[in-house]
Design a binder for this molecule. Structure first.
Ligand code: 5GP
Ligand code: ZN
Length: 137
């Protein structure tokens, strides 16, 4: 897509530190890592985000994510790893080309991804909402 920075990275017209690529995905280091080894899995095809991605691509993506996660853990000796994937400006997405963050975590680091639980939900309201969403799946 014209003007998309990650499409340019996929094409190679903008350089990136590439960890791995195959016909559908490219795994690169984030230019502004929040921890050592912070990587991004990009789709080679342009999808804005999860809302326009097909299930087949998504399943291949997550399968690759498991391999990348294990490779990162083995090499970086990280203590944990967050998989973060932002969809839409309200959710913190700043680059509108699908990407999955692979964020290695080290015991005692101060990476700020944690969110606090809210107040306990009303179980009847949850049942009603579940029914409405289920109808749309
Ligand atoms: P988002 O906020 O959309 O989930 O994440 C976008 C990520 O892309 C950010 O972590 C940002 O540092 C990274 N990023 C933005 N521009 C570039 C770039 O040109 N190259 C690389 N490697 N990462 C980028
Ligand atoms: Zn793109």
């Amino acid at each position: 897509m014209d003007g998309c920075i990650f499409c340019s990275i996929v094409k190679g017209t903008i350089p990136s530190a590439t960890i791995y690529e195959n016909s559908e995905f490219k795994v690169i280091f984030d230019i502004a890592p929040v921890s050592k080894g912070h990587a991004l899995i990009l789709t080679k095809e342009h999808y804005d985000n999860i809302f326009d991605m097909d299930a087949d691509t998504a399943s291949k993506l997550f399968s690759l994510a498991t391999e990348v996660a294990r490779a990162m853990k083995n090499e970086l000796k990280c203590d944990g790893l967050n998989v973060v994937q932002n969809n839409g400006e309200a959710a913190g997405q700043t680059v509108n080309h699908f990407h999955m963050h692979m964020i290695p975590r080290y015991a005692g680091d101060d990476v700020g991804i944690n969110f606090k639980s809210g107040a306990e939900a009303d179980s009847e309201e949850l049942q009603e909402l579940a029914k409405k969403i289920r109808k749309r799946i």
